[in-house]
Design a protein around this ligand. Structure first.
Ligand SMILES: [Zn+2]
Length: 507
């Protein structure tokens, strides 16, 4: 990642520009008097919300760059409701396009938003990411700036920023790289490489016979890719166990579809482009373990699984109407081969469910770029969380929502209803479940909620409801919108929110 430097002096000659993030120069504290007077003078000639590069003779670099968030001048309450993503966009336009090589970032604090400075720093770091393929192929473009200065940050805060940002780099590397650079076997190599010698345990399951036995639904998706060695499926297991008595166990399953052609129900009409991003759920899992490996939270155990598979098309591909029996013994009728994400994850969730019996205070999660429907419902910037009843009781959605609000990595809460289960119930004596209807999720009522109901029933989690003898909290996170734009760089969502909800502040 970019070299970081702490400075407590805005006239530090080691920097060639100062970037100020503020909701108006008046809000800057007296310690920024030099910047404040320059910005207030500038405001007399330009009071717009536009970003600005200002010449400031009192700074060694003579360059002062200001940006205000678009909501800031409208109402104080909305200040810093902006996520790190919008800081990123503004940062890009001012710091990078103006040619700064050593910018110093100065953020004003805000009583209502205690994490305002952290959010702004994460925005700047996001903008300074260089994609893996560029780092590998074009070394001269490896970094965007020589260093980033952070004003008024202490060492503990620096460690948090580094832990989150390196986690997001892992996520962006896996999620954003093309379907060959991050085909399943190469994702496994990358993950083994980064965690060798750390406190994270890694196990890669690559043998087809074992995958067939353990994950029959995932293997159905893998059928069209199994004769192409470099595209073969992998399940990558990760484990972290913090010091001290374990108080909570998080069990994460990420969708890692390295490329989604749609399969036999092929994505026609130009909607296939961008489908190398269908591995961002698995990228999240690897990224979070990177963050864990630095922060080493006490009393927390995390078990992760990355379901890496390519949804190819060809003579071997699975097709609609096939009956496949899941690991949990549920007979499933395929409805649409483009609903492969739930196939990749359900048996892995089933395995987690079996493991959960022996764990302390377990909570299961699936994280997936699952549906277009979530974007229709909430727009492109929000992670949807759908909890089962035990997770509702333990306020999982609420915890993530609140962490997301304060850390600029926002969530929307969705709920499971009886219709979601009804849609997937078998329609004849041949099958217990229907995997999917044959319309796109965007044209299906409750299109991003129903997949959670399917995963619950296909994995046997429906035997662990609120009224069972062994309730198991489970939350499904749909990141199809929040994982980032294509073309563009993956955001790393929801690593920031998840870290604030479950990793930081553990004693
Ligand atoms: Zn699909």
């Amino acid at each position: 990642m970019v070299k970081l430097a702490i400075s407590n002096n805005v006239t530090d000659a080691g920097f060639d520009g100062v970037v100020v993030v503020t909701n108006g120069p008046e809000s800057l504290s007296p310690k920024f008097e030099l910047l404040k007077s320059a910005l207030i003078d500038y405001k007399k000639i330009d009071d717009s919300d536009e970003v600005a590069v200002i010449v400031c003779d009192k700074l060694p670099s003579k360059r002062l760059e200001q940006f205000k968030n678009e909501e800031s001048t409208k109402t104080t309450v909305n200040y810093y409701r902006l996520s790190f993503k919008s800081v990123d966009v503004l940062w890009y336009y001012i710091a990078l396009s103006s040619g700064c090589q050593s910018p110093l970032l100065v953020c004003s604090t805000h009583d209502l938003y205690p994490l305002a400075v952290r959010v702004a720093c994460l925005g700047a770091l996001h903008a300074l990411y260089t994609p893996l393929e560029i780092r590998e192929d074009l070394p001269s473009k490896k970094t965007k700036v020589n260093q980033l200065g952070l004003f008024g940050i202490d060492d503990a805060e620096l460690k948090i920023l580094q832990a989150i940002e390196t986690g997001r780099i892992v996520y962006r590397d896996i999620g954003g790289s093309d379907p060959e650079r991050m085909a399943a076997p190469r994702v496994a190599d990358y993950v083994v490489d980064i965690f060798t010698g750390t406190c994270i345990k890694v196990e890669v399951i690559s043998e087809l016979a074992i995958l067939e036995k353990k994950y029959p639904l995932l293997v159905a998706v893998n059928r069209a890719a199994r004769n192409v060695k470099r595209h073969n499926a992998r399940v990558i297991r990760l484990e972290y166990e913090g010091e001290g008595p374990i108080k909570q166990t998080l069990m994460l399953v990420g969708k890692g579809v390295t490329y989604d052609t749609g399969g036999a129900d092929i994505k026609a009409g130009g909607v296939m482009a961008g489908m190398h991003r269908d591995k961002c759920g698995a990228a999240f899992v690897a990224g979070l373990f990177q963050t864990l490996s630095i922060l080493k939270p006490k009393g927390l155990k995390v078990i992760g699984a990355m379901s890496m598979v390519r949804n190819s098309v060809g003579s071997e591909c699975y097709v609609a109407d096939e009956l496949i029996v899941s690991r949990a013994g549920v007979r499933i009728r395929i409805g649409n081969t483009d609903a492969e994400g739930r196939m990749a994850m359900s048996d892995v969730v089933c395995e987690m469910k079996e493991l959960a019996v022996g764990e302390v205070n377990p909570c299961l999660f699936t994280i997936a770029t699952l549906t277009g429907h979530v974007i229709r419902a909430y727009g492109a910037n929000y992670t949807a969380v759908v909890s089962n009843h035990p997770a509702v009781s333990s306020k999982v959605s609420q915890t993530l929502f609140e962490a997301g609000e304060k850390s600029g990595d926002p969530f929307e809460i969705s709920t499971l209803r009886r219709e979601d289960f009804a849609l997937h119930k078998g329609k004849s004596e041949y099958e217990d479940l229907i995997q999917s209807n044959n319309k796109p999720s965007t044209l299906t009522d409750r299109g991003h909620q129903t997949p959670a109901a399917f995963i619950i029933m296909a994995s046997g989690l429906d035997k662990h409801g609120r009224d069972s003898s062994a309730p198991l909290p489970y939350a499904h996170l749909d990141i199809a919108g929040s994982s980032g734009p294509f073309p563009g760089v993956p955001t790393g969502s929801p690593i920031v929110a998840f870290t604030h909800a479950y990793v930081l502040d553990r004693k």
